[in-house]
Design a protein around this ligand. Sequence first.
Ligand SMILES: Cc1ncc(COP(=O)(O)O)c(C=O)c1O
Length: 475
Amino acid sequence: MDLLGQKLSEYVLKNMCSFHTPGHKGRKDLLASLIFPDFDLTELPELDMLHNPQGVIAEAQMRAAFIYGAEDTFFLVNGATSGNQAMFMALMSGLNGKKVRVERRAHQSVFGGFVLSGLSPDYVPPLIHPDFRLPLGLNVEHFTEKIEDIGAIHITSPSYYGTVVDLESIIRFRDREVPSIPILVDQAHGSHYHGALFPANAVRQGADLVVHSTHKTLSALTQAGMLHIKGERVDKLALKKSLEILLTSSPNYLLMASLEKALADLESPWLWDDLHDEVIHLHEELDGYLRILTAKDAGKYGIYQVDWSKILINTSSLEIGAAEVVEILRNSFGIEPELWDHENILFLLGSGNRPEDIRKLREALKALVKKYLQKSHLKRTIKNNHPPDMNHVDLPPMHLTPREAWLAPKRIIKLSDALGKISGETISVYPPGIPIVAAGEEITPYVMNYLNKAEDYNWQGWQGFRQGQISVINQ
Ligand SMILES: Cc1ncc(COP(=O)(O)O)c(C=O)c1O
C-alpha cells in the first residue's frame, strides 16, 4: 500500500472521537448517498457545468440560495479560501482607490485576496480576552469610524473560536450612513447558522456577500464551501469571472454532491438539539474548574454572542499544560480536538457528532480535573492573573499593501536581525491561520516575541523558520 493511504488507514482504525473538521465526523450514514468512486465523474452532458450551470448544478445552487436567503449561491470546490479571494477580486474595479476595512485577525485567505486584488486593507485590531489570551472580540465602533476612505467592509463572524460580531449594528450603520458600501462576511465557521439554537445567518442579516466553509460544520466533504450574494452592491458578473479564475475547470462531483447533501442538515435542526443539551450540561459540570467560553461571556471584551457548538477551554487551572492535556485526551480517551495552544483547547462540533461524543468529552475532562486541578483552584474560582494591557493589540505598522509587498524585491536575513525590518512574507500560526505579521508590515517587538518561539508553533507562510531566517523587503 502507498504510504499516505497506509497512514490514513492506520488512523481510521484508531476510531478517534472527532471534535475537528470536517463536520460529518466520518459518519457513513450521513454520506451513504455519495457513491465512491462511481460519482467521481467529469462534466458530462446531463451533469451540468460548474462555471456555466444550466441544469442540476444550477438547481442545487438555487436550493442553497433559497435556504440561506441569498439571491444566488455559488458552490466552491476549493474551500472558503477561494470564496474570500473571489470576494476581493470582484471589488477590484469598483472601489476607486478606497480601502477595505478588515479585521487584522482575519484568515490568511483574506490576505491572499489582498495580494490577488491589489486592494488596500484598513485593519481593525482585535480585542484580546484576558482569560484566554486569544483575539475573541472586537470593538464594533472601529468598523464605523472615519468611514470616508472606506469602499467596503469585510468581517469574520464567527471567529474560529465561536465568538460572534454584532453584525446587525454594523449593517444598520451602513444602511443609514454609507448605503453604497458592500459588507462581506467570512462566516466560514457558521454554515450551520439556521434556526433558533444559533446566531443569525449573515445573508439574512443583510450582508452582500457571505462565504461558508460548509465542510467545517455540516456534512459536506473537505474543501466544499459556498459563496452567497444578495443585492446590487457587488457586481455579480465580476464575482462569477473571479470564480472562473480561481476554481478548477475540473470540479469534483463528490464535493458538489456533498454540498447539496449538507443542505439536509439545515432542514433537520433537531440534529443539534441533543448536542446543545449535552454541551450545556458539560458547561454546568466543569465551569469553575476549567475556564470555558460560554454564553455568559457575551457582552464582554467585544464578544457579542457565543456559538455553543465550539467548546473552548482554558487549561491554566490544571497543573499540566494544554499540549499535555491533548496528549492524554488523544492517547487515553481517544478524543481528537481541533486545535490547541499553550493554554487553550478548541473542540468543534459538526452535524455528525452524537450526544455520546460530548458525554465522552465531559467524562474525560472531569477525570483530568480530578487528577490535575491545582490546589489553589479547589474553591471553584478562576483568577484572572493576566495583565490588564493584554486586551488590546498593537498592530504592526503597514508600510506596503500585501500586493506591493508581494511584488517588491526581497532578501533572506537572520531572524535575530529582523527587528524593525518590513516582512516579505505573511506568517501565521496554524491553526488558526491568523497572521502574526502580514507581508508589508513592520517586524515589531510584539511580532519578534512570537517568532522567537518558533519551535512552539506550527507555522504557515514562514519558509525559513527551521533555519532561523526570514524574508524581508529590500529597503
Ligand atoms: C475564518 C476562516 N475563513 C476561511 C477559512 C478557509 O476555509 P477553507 O479551509 O474552507 O478554505 C478558514 C479556515 O480555517 C477560516 O478559519
